[in-house]
Design a protein around this ligand. Structure first.
Ligand code: 5RP
Length: 231
């Protein structure tokens, strides 16, 4: 078997696991309540599954423009976050998630709106294939949304914290900002690092979701969808 064939098989398997968790998340949607919807390939599969439930969903808050368009395309009304005070359930993917259900998010550059929706939600259901499960966060580079004029200044501050920031070329967020992907940060205390990075002037938001972790993880494994919570 060639390497190309093996990696194609792995991608196919990953796609099946994403589909399985997206399907499982439909059971968490609360009829008659506002739904928060995330961004990315796993969230897109969840949105596709919402088609049959659209009539039961009075409104949704989207974590990105792409998600807003996808929800509207299946007839779900998308409201501005300022129009609601709480969101019942938020379903979204992750780039990494650990046993405390703290996450790295932002691979799709939607981290700021994702964090706002997470903060407003009573329940955060993370949907992820097994490749996202880690004992320790930090192999995936940490995305940080930064005001364009502060990019170099923030990058220097991140180097002082031990990180290696890389400017994500050609990407402008839905909020008109840029992304730095930071390698090699020590994320052994994710909640502390989340607060430290937020304190750098010019940082809009960082992709550590430790202060408001997920409440439930639906993890797609070869033998089925595992439901993980932290007691
Ligand atoms: C987007 C995100 C996504 O949740 C994360 O990148 C996972 O994406 P995918 O489901 O495509 O693997 O944080 O900003």
């Amino acid at each position: 078997m060639t390497n190309a064939h093996t990696s194609q098989q792995a991608l196919l398997k990953q796609a099946q696991l994403k589909q399985a968790v997206a399907q499982a998340a439909l059971a968490y949607v609360k009829p008659g309540e506002v739904l928060g919807v995330g961004t990315g390939s796993t969230a897109n599969l969840f949105i596709d599954g919402l088609r049959d439930l659209a009539r039961d969903i009075p409104a949704a808050v989207a974590s990105s423009e792409a998600t807003r368009e996808r929800l509207q395309a299946i007839g779900i009304e998308v409201v501005n976050a300022n129009e609601v005070s709480r969101i019942a359930v938020y379903v979204d993917g992750a780039d990494e998630i650990n046993p405390q259900l703290a996450m790295i998010k932002g691979g799709g550059a939607a981290l700021t709106r994702e964090k706002i929706v997470a903060e407003m939600s009573d329940q955060f259901v993370c949907i992820a294939d097994a490749s996202k499960w880690v004992q320790r966060l930090g192999t995936f580079p940490l995305p940080i949304e930064v005001l364009p004029m502060a990019r170099s200044m923030v990058a220097r501050a991140l180097v002082k914290l031990g990180g290696d920031p890389v400017y994500r070329q050609g990407v402008v967020t839905d909020n008109g900002n840029v992304i730095l992907d930071v390698y090699n940060l020590d994320l052994s205390r994710p909640a502390e690092m989340e607060a430290t990075i937020n304190n750098i002037v010019g940082v809009v938001c960082n992709g550590l979701f430790a202060r408001r972790p997920a409440d439930v993880l639906l993890l797609g494994r070869d033998d089925g969808v595992e439901v993980i919570t932290v007691s």
